[in-house]
Write a protein of this length. Sequence first.
Length: 465
Amino acid sequence: MVKTSLWQTILLLVLLLISVALCATASPALANPASGDEAAEGEGTEQESEGDEEEGKAEAPEPDITVYPSGVTVHAVNVHAHRFFTRLAEKTDLQLIVDDAIKDRKVTVHLADMSPEEVISYVVSAYGFSCKCVDGIHMISEGIPRKPSSYLLSDIKSIPTQYVQANNAKGLLPVFLQDHVKVNYGQNAVVLSAPTDVLEKFEEDIRQFDTPAAQIMLEILVVEFTDWYSAERNLAIRWHNAGRGAEWGTLDLAPADSALPARTMGELILRGVADLPTEFRVRLEALVASRQANVRAAPRIATVSGRYASFFVGTQRYLRQPVEVQEYMTQNFIDAGVRLVVRPWTGDGKEIICSITPEVSTLTALDPVTGLPDKITRTADTMVRVRNGQTIVIGGLREEEQRKIRTKVPVLGDIPIIGNLFRSSSELTIHTDLVIFITPRVILNEGQPLGDEDQELGERFLEDS
């Protein structure tokens, strides 16, 4: 009984092993019974995609090219550039090489009764390609070279600029071209590598904006008045106001008994735009003679339209201990006085826009701890539009100076005790206003004499005193 059970168990194990072996052999098919169908379906899909691709290629637009005795007529709408040029070469028996750099470009063209060379020339010019004929073989590539194949079909040209800085000239060119333009700072030139026709257009564009800018003469007069309000009346200045549209009205000075605008101690105030009378210099000399005015400076500064011009009159105090003015930069002096920075622009020469930054500064006594003086600075920043030859007047720093005057009789004033009878002292308070007159005028180009108006103004405004 026991033996029979043992044999039955062994038989069952053998049958079980055989079943497992059979299942392992058939598992790929059983695990994925639909794999065969899917494989077949995949093959069908691949075949269909290949068929669609071939169908897409077949449906790609073809150029219509017909050769007549009078010339070639071509019609193409959104045709790949490769296909267009190769079909044209086939129809006209041209020797042609097309670079892969233009494989993604498409052309639309309709031309009639032209030679094949003319068709290529027009298409190349219209789409910015480059073309070169070498030994009867036309080679076509991209316009701006980015690799050796297109570089070999291009030329390089350096164009110096005479009136515009080369870096600024680069910024004035079309945006797509700026990345391909190089600047030769040593020769003030711009350099480009491109086909010949592109270089010709490139040079023409530069010549159009490389023109001399207008030169502007800034005639500056710095005057210190002891009584500015009375000086205004004595100088007979007429103020202008552009508040009424495009008209320029005049605002005559108020009479002596009228209320005058209050002024803040030590502030820079832009008073306005004025016309200087013909007798301005004579009146100013009269004020100087009567000690109501003192001419601090009268420079003439010429600059190009859009460029800065600066002027400074004052004093410099040298320091024992250098001070840091900028990062990694020190100086051993400090200056104080009147500094003026002007940047004028003009277009037609009739009106001038001036960006003006005046600065008035004073120095105090040395600090006993640091040994450095305190610098009191007042600045302003404004932009004014004036007509050519008009004057901008900036009210300056109003100062109050107290002076002590001591007098004595020689010898007797030095006697002890009774010497006081022969000595006297008094205090005098002086109020001064610093006023800056700026007259911008457009001057003629170099080599041409100044006009009559310039000569007249120079005679009455800025002659050496």
